[in-house]
Ligand binder design. Structure first.
Ligand SMILES: *Cc1c(COP(=O)(O)O)cnc(C)c1O
Length: 468
């Protein structure tokens, strides 16, 4: 038996994997990874896979990055962890200073959580609690966009909108207000992104006009709706939204968990709209993909509404045990050093242009409705019928075929439903991008052949991190 097979057998006896119908593994091999280096992952049989999705969008500077490794080792020799209530430490203070410095003006306080979903919970609770502390308890609802994804915990799910996923847990969810997404895939033919995004803002304006007295915050994934299929929109929507939130007295929460740290072509997506949200939630690439951590940045106005004598009970008594973990902070500091020292945002422009040119031919493909890109994220939407943009039935699991083909060819390309996408680490080379484009083209050819019928059992989450 191969080493891969041995580890797989042991795994399947005791593990329950995330976002997986475990029965799929009766036919789909699980891939145990022995080591990683740069953009490559290597399994126990020595086969290598180019990590085109940055291991669920976290790994920006490669696996086993020597500079991040070194910084974590140094921190490990001094302090692995200390609780952050009543205590503090150098890495968390330095990291907070630097996050305040590199994010838009006005964000001056940093609160930590230990994963993205928890960071969203922090922002939602803080916003509601702010209005409560200001004598406005009626402001307790959240406005969100259709096709949004904000995480897996119950409140984070409530502000999300991945239909089949949300439906299962409907009975548990908060009552939120959903507004149509400015998603430019859905724009009328011949219309530009800006005009479409601007037009779609009318629904948001109307919702805020109607409901602002009961709304605490609007929450958005700026520029790219990630788990909803890498759907994209124009920054003008965010500019209009900021202006409207100010006018109606409603907070704006930017979930930049996936798009922060250069993914959209600027360090943070909000820069492209020239705005400062009231809450900026960061995670994923924050630690270079090394350790779980989230940061919620907010304004001094929000902070001051909680600052009072203890007995007034206005404090934010929220905590996660591993808040501000020093090893995670060390990884984040090393990551920020690399951004600064290597001029990464500028260097990425060359890679982004290569992603565009390497995939340009796919626009002509009879089953590709769109090739879209924002910075270092590029998505290819496979459809059954090109002129009508008719989607494939999710049960056909066309994306899974691309996933399987890519694995054979030595690439980790994990589509979202019928959307094949590249979200590579920034240390990828132009030649490696060409390789990914070649593998994706072959995979799309295979997956869109009519005869394809590869349904492997039921899949509850057709559009959610899942190659089905
Ligand atoms: C991944 C993600 C989350 C959730 O983060 P976790 O660390 O997986 O809990 C929230 N929002 C967006 C936009 C994400 O992409």
């Amino acid at each position: 038996m191969s080493l891969n097979a041995e580890w797989m057998q042991r795994d399947l006896k005791v593990l329950w994997h995330p976002c997986t119908q475990m029965k799929d593994h009766e036919t789909l091999p699980l891939i145990p990874i022995r080591r990683g280096e740069g953009v490559w992952l290597e399994d126990f049989d020595g086969k290598r896979y180019l990590d085109a999705v940055s291991s669920w969008w976290v790994n920006v500077f490669g696996h086993g990055n020597p500079r991040i490794n070194q910084r974590i080792r140094e921190q490990l020799d001094n302090l692995e962890h200390v609780m952050l209530a009543g205590f503090s430490h150098a890495p968390v203070i330095e990291l907070s200073e630097r996050l305040v410095q590199i994010t838009p003006a006005g964000l001056e306080r940093v609160f930590y959580a230990d994963n993205g979903s928890s960071g969203i919970e922090v922002a939602l609770k803080m916003s509601y609690h702010y209005w409560l502390n200001c004598g406005q308890p009626a402001k307790k609802r959240f406005v969100t966009l259709t096709n949004s994804y904000h995480g897996e915990t119950v409140a984070a799910m409530s502000v999300g909108d991945v239909a089949l996923f949300t439906d299962t847990y409907k009975a548990l969810l908060l009552d939120t207000i959903k507004v149509p997404s400015p998603d430019c895939y859905l724009r009328p033919e011949g219309m530009g992104w800006e005009e479409h995004s601007r037009n779609l803002f009318a629904a948001m304006e109307q919702t805020l006009a109607e409901h602002h007295q009961e709304v605490a915050a609007v929450i958005v994934e700026p520029l790219i709706q990630g788990a909803g299929g890498m759907r994209m929109y124009h920054p003008v929507y965010l500019t209009l939204l900021r202006e409207a939130c100010d006018r109606y007295g409603v907070h704006l929460i930017h979930d930049e968990i996936a798009v922060g740290f250069g993914r959209t072509g600027t360090m943070f997506a909000c820069e492209q709209a020239g705005i400062t949200p009231d809450f900026l939630v960061l995670s994923k690439a924050l630690t270079g993909g090394y350790l779980p951590m989230a940061a919620v940045l907010t304004t001094n106005t929000v902070y001051q509404a909680f600052y009072d004598d203890y007995a007034t009970l206005r404090a934010f008594l929220h905590s996660h045990t591993y808040t501000g973990n020093p090893l995670a902070c060390a990884a984040a500091l090393a990551t920020l050093d690399i951004f600064r020292d290597d001029n990464v945002i500028e260097a990425n422009q060359v890679l982004a242009a290569r992603m565009a040119s390497a995939t340009a031919h796919l626009v002509e493909h009879p089953h590709v409705a769109e090739v879209r890109q924002t910075g270092m994220a590029l998505a290819i939407e496979m459809v059954k019928d090109k002129p009508g943009k008719t989607a494939y039935a999710w049960q056909e699991r066309r994306g899974l075929k691309v996933y399987q083909h890519a694995l054979e060819r030595g690439a980790l390309l994990r589509p979202l439903g019928s959307v094949v996408y590249f979200l590579p680490p920034y240390v990828i080379t132009p030649e490696q991008i060409d390789f990914l484009a070649e593998v994706a083209s072959e995979g799309i050819d295979l997956a869109t052949r009519n005869s394809v019928s590869i349904s492997v059992g039921a899949n509850l989450y057709p559009n959610h991190r899942d190659p089905g």
